[in-house]
Design a protein around this ligand. Structure first.
Ligand code: ZN
Length: 398
């Protein structure tokens, strides 16, 4: 009798271990505890931006924090500014929430999430700018550009990564970076800044393109200036600009240019076109840090994102006709503030490093901003952005 009992006990242990792995999220079983100092109460409360009377929207700036959920925001804020401190983005007057579910599931990836924002349609994870059957979906950025608007896509990830790609490209697999790079150039947008140089250069020149094409040379032939350093970015003359500052995504720390540096250049250059503009500013570091379950790095990425929000808000305050919308695409990493926390020490517990299905925070400022108050689906936020720019997205089943 003893042998079957031992076997049964072993089976139970195996089951318990398997269950613990399930609970732990994508890949790790054990929860990770982090202890970080809490900033002194009210250490920094960003000033509220001046009130802008509602009016005509000329420009839209969309700031997207990849992986920015509510628990990411609150833990990072407590570490950076204290529980009663406020980030600049938290001082924007209009606050909403956005649901983020993809087609065919509940937990989104950045590709489906960004496609919903750009097109107003839900799609399945893994697709960019194409519906679950593989048919291309519209993008309000492309529609706006066709109407004569200027468009800039700026990211600390690869310019070919899911979020910027969804505004210009249509592929059935987000990993098809070579095709995305081609389609980004074909869109003829005014400004593309970020990483991902490898997908614009052939293997022979140190890139990743197997087809031998050098898209940097093709971009120059099409009238773009191509820069690869911060100094080059600052020195670039007027006209369309392609900035590729790293082979892959920009490094988490010491990555230059930072999002706020790129935001300043982008706003100046898009204004100089004399046309109304749409500008996407994406910070990738939040998602990367949360996948690594690194709260310090997450807070640093949020601080960099917030600096870009300040740049955009200052521009909008002075301009008066620019709508600023700040949102996450999905939360990344389940993060709990533990009861052992004190007013001086934040004890945070990562229980998962995976994407979340919870609604994400949504902030807005400027003319048209009240449309973003309340609970919205990401498809409807995309449609509201399109409307603000005077673009009609395709109707039909969503
Ligand atoms: Zn992610």
């Amino acid at each position: 009798m003893r042998r079957p009992l031992v076997l049964a006990a072993a089976a139970l242990v195996a089951l318990a271990v398997a269950f613990a792995f399930q609970l732990g999220g994508r890949s790790r079983a054990a929860a990770k505890v982090e202890r970080l100092p809490v900033a002194a109460a009210g250490e920094r409360v960003a000033p509220a931006p001046p009130v802008i009377a509602d009016g005509v929207v000329r420009n839209v700036v969309l700031l997207l924090g990849d992986g920015l959920g509510l628990s990411q925001l609150s833990t990072a804020r407590i570490h950076l500014h204290g529980p009663t401190g406020r980030l600049a983005l938290e001082r924007l007057p209009v606050l909403g929430l956005m649901t983020v579910h993809p087609a065919g599931g509940l937990v989104p990836k950045s590709d489906a999430a960004a496609t919903a924002l750009a097109s107003g349609f839900a799609t399945t994870n893994g697709r960019i700018g194409s519906d679950p059957a593989g048919r291309p979906l519209g993008s309000f950025a492309k529609g706006f550009h066709e109407l004569g608007g200027a468009v800039g896509l700026v990211t600390t990830s690869r310019v070919t990564d899911a979020t910027p790609a969804a505004f210009a490209a249509h592929v059935e697999r987000r990993g098809d970076q070579a095709a995305i790079a081609e389609q980004l150039l074909e869109a003829r947008f005014d400004l593309l800044l970020g990483g991902g140089r490898a997908w614009f250069a052939p293997v022979a020149a140190g890139g990743a393109r197997a087809d031998g094409r050098d898209l940097r040379a093709e971009a120059r032939a099409a009238g773009y200036q191509v820069v690869e350093t911060l100094a080059g970015l600052d020195a670039a003359g007027p006209g369309p600009l392609l900035g590729l500052f790293a082979a892959d995504q920009l490094p988490l720390s010491s990555g230059e240019p930072t999002l706020d540096q790129m935001a300043r250049v982008a706003l100046t250059r898009l204004t100089a076109t004399g046309r109304p503009f749409f500008l996407l500013l994406e910070e990738e570091g939040l998602d990367t840090a949360a996948h690594q379950r690194d709260l310090e790095a997450l807070a640093a990425a949020l601080a960099r994102f917030d600096a870009a929000v300040e740049v955009a808000t200052e521009f909008a305050a002075a301009d008066g006709a620019t709508l600023v919308v700040v949102v996450g695409d999905h939360g990344t990493g389940a993060l709990r503030i533990d009861a052992r926390s004190t007013e001086r020490e934040l004890v945070a517990v990562w229980t998962s490093d995976a994407h979340l299905a919870d609604p994400v925070p949504l902030f807005a400022y400027g003319p048209g901003s009240t449309a973003f108050s309340g609970l919205h689906d990401n498809r409807d936020v995309g449609r509201a952005l399109a409307r603000a720019l005077g673009v009609e997205l395709a109707a039909g089943a969503r």
